[in-house]
Ligand binder design. Structure first.
Ligand SMILES: [Zn+2]
Length: 173
C-alpha cells in the first residue's frame, strides 16, 4: 500500500498525468491511501501494546506459578521426611511392643487389649503416689490397704476406671 502511494506520488510529481480529472482522482487515491495507512498504523500500535501487556502478564504469572511450585515442592519434601520418620518410629515401637507382649501372659494381654479399646488407647496405668495415672483419682485408704496386701503378681485394677494398675517404687504404698 505504501509502495502504491509512493508510485502514485511519483506519477503526480513527474507531470506525466496532465488531465485534471486524472490528477484529481490520483490525488484522491493518495489521500485515501494515506488515511488507510494511518488507520493501519494505529491498529498495529494497539496490537503491539496489547501484546506487550500480555507478555508482562505471562511473565508475572510464570513467576507466581514458579513460586507456588517451589512452596509445594518444599511442603512435599517436608511431608515425605515426616512420613519416613513416623514409619521408622512406628517400626521401632512395634518391635519393642512385640518384645514386651511376648513376655506377658496371654490372658493378661487379652484383658489389657480389651481395656485399651474401652479406655481410649490406655489399658494400663501407673500407680503413682497413690493416684491412678489413667484417671488421676487417688486411691482411698481401703484400696491402698488392698494393694499393699496383694501378692506382687496379682493383677490390680483401678476401682474407678478399671484400668490395670502398675505398681512401682513410687506408688506411695
Ligand atoms: Zn483409674
Amino acid at each position: 500500500m505504501r509502495q502504491r502511494a509512493v508510485r502514485d506520488q511519483q506519477r503526480l510529481d513527474s507531470g506525466a498525468v496532465s488531465s485534471p480529472k486524472d490528477l484529481e482522482s490520483l490525488q484522491r487515491e493518495i489521500t485515501s491511501l494515506a488515511k488507510r495507512q494511518g488507520d493501519l498504523e494505529d491498529i498495529v500500535l494497539e496490537v503491539m501494546e496489547r501484546r506487550e501487556s500480555a507478555q508482562e502478564r505471562v511473565a508475572e504469572l510464570t513467576e507466581r506459578a514458579s513460586a507456588v511450585q517451589t512452596k509445594a515442592d518444599d511442603a512435599t519434601a517436608r511431608r515425605d521426611a515426616a512420613e519416613a520418620e513416623i514409619d521408622r518410629e512406628a517400626a521401632s515401637v512395634g518391635k519393642e511392643r512385640e518384645l514386651v507382649a511376648g513376655s506377658v501372659p496371654a490372658d493378661l494381654l487379652k484383658l489389657y487389649e480389651k481395656l485399651r479399646e474401652q479406655q481410649g488407647g490406655v489399658g494400663a496405668a501407673r500407680l503413682y503416689q497413690r493416684k491412678c495415672e489413667g484417671c488421676h483419682i487417688e486411691l482411698n485408704i481401703t484400696e491402698v490397704n488392698e494393694v499393699r496386701a496383694a501378692a506382687p503378681d496379682t493383677v490390680l485394677r483401678c476401682e474407678n476406671c478399671r484400668r490395670i494398675l502398675v505398681r512401682t517404687s513410687e506408688s506411695g504404698l
